[in-house]
Design a protein around this ligand. Structure first.
Ligand code: ZN
Length: 159
């Protein structure tokens, strides 16, 4: 897919998806460059303390809007779980033990499986990537004026 087409699809969906996932406080930079790894369709790098992220979608591997939206939702769910996705440099401080490649791999695996579970749950609830791309915040109705401005009843007159 053309790079600018891919970016436009992602840009249009980003706002609604951020609202749907309660991530509107994040600043997201979208890019559409080829991923080096031949299996990687998209990627996200982030700083969860500053709530800022760059999401890259590979326009050469994501050939249709549905695939772009699914990848965008996946990367955004990474942000939901970002407190668990600690940088390698911070992990040894928390565990007070060396971080082995095996531990790192298993943490990454757990993270991806959690995201897959969330994706499956969202799909089951009808919140597919395409649906989230068109999400609008529900309007909160204020209580009707009629019930709020009801005048207190006066005392009944007794004769
Ligand atoms: Zn992932």
């Amino acid at each position: 897919m053309d790079k600018s087409d891919a970016l436009n699809i992602a840009r249009e969906a980003l706002g609604p998806m951020l609202s749907a996932l309660s991530l509107t406080h994040w600043t997201i930079n979208l890019t559409a460059d080829s991923e080096d790894d031949h299996e990687t369709l998209a990627s996200v790098s982030f700083n969860h303390l500053y709530a800022s992220a760059t999401i890259n979608i590979d326009p050469n591997k994501l050939s249709n809007p549905t695939a772009i939206l699914a990848s965008l939702r996946h990367e955004l769910i990474h942000l939901l779980l970002s407190p668990y996705d600690m940088p390698e440099t911070l992990l040894p401080e928390c565990t007070e033990a060396p971080i082995t490649p095996t531990l790192l791999k298993s943490l990454e695996h757990a993270n991806e499986l959690s995201i897959l579970n969330l994706e499956t749950t969202l799909d089951a609830l009808g919140h597919t990537a395409s649906a989230l791309a068109q999400y609008t915040q529900p309007q909160v109705n204020s209580p009707s004026k009629k019930s709020r401005t009801k005048k207190p009843r006066g005392r009944k007159k007794t004769t």
